[in-house]
Every structure is written in structure tokens, then in C-alpha cells.
Design a protein around this ligand. Structure first.
Ligand code: CP
Length: 318
């Protein structure tokens, strides 16, 4: 297949051949990262801007490392020291970078739709845009790195989307406010997995059934026979909104631990996009258990996956 997409803004409209190509290209970059010389020249002479209006550790750093691995120059925008503080708009900020001749903008914002708005505005400049997380809407590069992580755990030699057909994947926690949950929901369903969502009714409303998922408000039936369990961060600010009574109560009802995972399928694997609240959504022992936890692997894969996506958007040949 020939890569056509100019921007990566969400996974809702991703197609099976696109998932296949992204996974294959990520696998190639895993190989590149295992070499002594981890650099390729694809983006030499091009500039990538990390346009993050919201904080990040993993996404921002791995995009920076990935762009540098493709030999790009990288600029890290800082909202608090920028002309945004003097009243400049977000679109004018993006246009300013376009006028400087940058090639790719990586955008994170707490409002849904900001990367889409920027993409529409800068398209005429030939600038490519990644959505690095927009509010509660989507986090497509996290969804794609999670997809690779899952498929790689099933077949390390040939990770491919077809491996997920019929697999039960349970996403536990604050689904309502999670852009990661939405991107994973699309990707997993497109690849034929059975998606189950679990958590209190305030964080996992029945409305999600309309997106094709099975909704559970009790953890035990959700975990039964699961092949993969993905925990989501409990956003502590939600306690003030009375969406959950206390973190301790949440942990008692929905916290993941070794005992609870015994109901899952043999060989179950655990994921978490990070950042985690240890001993809230997941016990420390489980998080650090190398037999069960893929959490560090997700971070490692993030680099290869974002190199692959920058390569495809930057004009690299599949
Ligand atoms: N998973 C994720 O988006 O983490 P960061 O907020 O640290 O980028």
C-alpha cells in the first residue's frame, strides 16, 4: 500500500492496510534501534516542532528522540515563555513556525480539536501535523504504539493486526476522560479484538456501548478470560468533582493486583499508558512484574513507533 495520509489526527478512520503498514514499519525501526548506529537520514535538513500546550514526559520526549533518530532538527516550544503570554493566538503561533520553514508540527492541547484546526490551517504550507493528545478526544500515536506492543507480545517475529482477532482486551479506569481509551477502542475494534470497559458508572458510562464496547461496572466479570488488561490513570482532580469518593475506595473496587488477574486467560499481559498512580489503579508489585507487565515495553515501543510514523509522514518509502 502507498501511504496517503498527510496528518495523523485520530484512529477513528484508520484502515486495516494502514495499521498493517504502521506495524511493519515500526518493526523495521525496532531493528534500527537495536543497531549500534541508531540514526537514519530520512528527515535530514527538516525541522520538527514539539508544540505542546500541555505537559508530557513520554510523548514529547519520544517524539524528540524519534525525530533526532531520523536526523531532523527539533524545536521544543514552551507556552509559558512564548508570545502566547502576550495574546498571540495558537494558529498564529503555528503559522509563525510554518513561515520559518518547519516540516512537522507535533501538537498537544487540552482542548479537543486543536491539532485538527492547526492541520487545516497549515496544510497549504505543506506542513504535516501529529495529534499528540487533544483533550479527551484522541491520542493516536499512543493507540498505535499500544497496538504494536500487543501484537509483538503475541508474535515477536511478525507482529501484525490479525493476531488480535477474537482477543479480549479490558480497559479499566477513567474511560470517560481518556483520549488513550478512545484511540485504543478504535484501533482494537478495527483489528477484530473484543473491547470491554470497566470502572464505576461515573467514569465508564453506558454510552460507550454505542461505540461497540461491552461496559462493566464490576471488575470480576470484566477480567474473566481476558487476554490483555489496560489500566488507565485515575485523574486525581476528578475526586473534587465527586466522580469517585476516595482513591482508597477506587483501589478496593477496581485496583488491579495479582489476585484479581487470576481470573484472566493464562498468559494475560498488563498495560498502562502512563503516567501511573502506583497502588491506586494498579499495585506496585504488579506494575513491576516482568512476567505480566508490558508497561516499560510500551515506552520502548513508543520510540520505534513514532520513528515509523515520522518516517511515513515525512515521505519515507514503505
Ligand atoms: N502516555 C502519555 O501520553 O504520557 P505523557 O503524558 O507523559 O506524554
Amino acid at each position: 500500500m502507498v501511504w496517503q495520509r498527510r496528518h495523523i489526527l485520530g484512529l477513528r478512520d484508520f484502515t486495516p492496510p494502514e495499521y498493517e503498514l504502521v506495524l511493519r514499519t515500526t518493526h523495521t525501526f525496532q531493528g534500527v534501534l537495536a543497531r549500534q548506529n541508531r540514526k537514519v537520514p530520512t528527515l535530514q535538513g527538516k525541522t520538527v516542532v514539539n508544540l505542546f500546550f500541555e505537559s508530557s514526559t513520554r510523548t514529547r520526549s519520544s517524539f524528540e528522540m524519534a525525530a533526532k533518530g531520523l536526523s531532523a532538527d527539533v524545536l521544543n516550544f514552551s507556552p509559558s515563555t512564548s508570545s502566547l503570554t502576550k495574546g498571540e493566538t495558537i494558529l498564529d503561533t503555528a503559522r509563525t513556525y510554518c513561515a520559518m520553514g518547519v516540516a512537522i508540527l507535533i501538537v498537544r492541547h487540552r482542548e479537543p480539536g486543536v491539532p485538527h484546526l492547526i492541520a487545516r490551517d497549515v496544510d497549504a504550507w505543506g506542513v504535516r501535523v501529529f495529534n499528540a493528545g487533544d483533550g479527551q478526544h484522541e491520542h493516536p500515536t499512543q493507540g498505535l504504539l499500544d497496538l504494536y506492543t500487543l501484537c509483538h507480545s503475541l508474535d515477536p517475529d511478525q507482529p501484525r493486526p490479525q493476531l488480535l482477532r477474537g482477543k479480549k482486551v479490558v480497559i479499566v479506569g477513567d474511560v470517560l476522560h481518556s483520549r488513550v481509551a478512545r484511540s485504543n477502542l478504535w484501533a482494537l475494534q478495527h483489528c477484530g479484538a473484543e473491547v470491554h470497559l470497566a470502572g464505576p458508572p461515573t467514569l465508564v458510562p453506558k454510552l460507550f456501548r454505542e461505540l461497540g464496547a461491552t461496559v462493566h461496572h464490576q471488575l470480576a466479570p470484566a477480567l474473566e478470560g481476558a487476554h490483555f488488561v489496560m489500566a488507565l490513570r485515575i485523574q486525581q482532580e476528578r475526586i473534587d468533582q465527586q466522580l469517585i469518593p476516595t482513591l482508597r475506595e477506587y483501589h478496593q473496587l477496581y485496583g488491579l493486583n495479582h489476585e484479581r488477574l487470576k481470573a484472566c486467560a493464562p498468559g494475560v499481559k498488563l498495560l498502562h499508558p502512563g503516567p501511573t498512580n502506583r497502588d491506586v489503579e494498579i499495585t506496585s508489585e504488579l506494575m513491576d512484574d516482568p512476567q505480566l507487565s508490558l508497561i516499560d515495553r510500551q515506552v520502548t515501543t513508543g520510540l520505534a513507533s513514532r520513528m515509523a510514523l515520522l518516517y511515513l509522514l515525512g515521505g519515507g518509502k514503505p
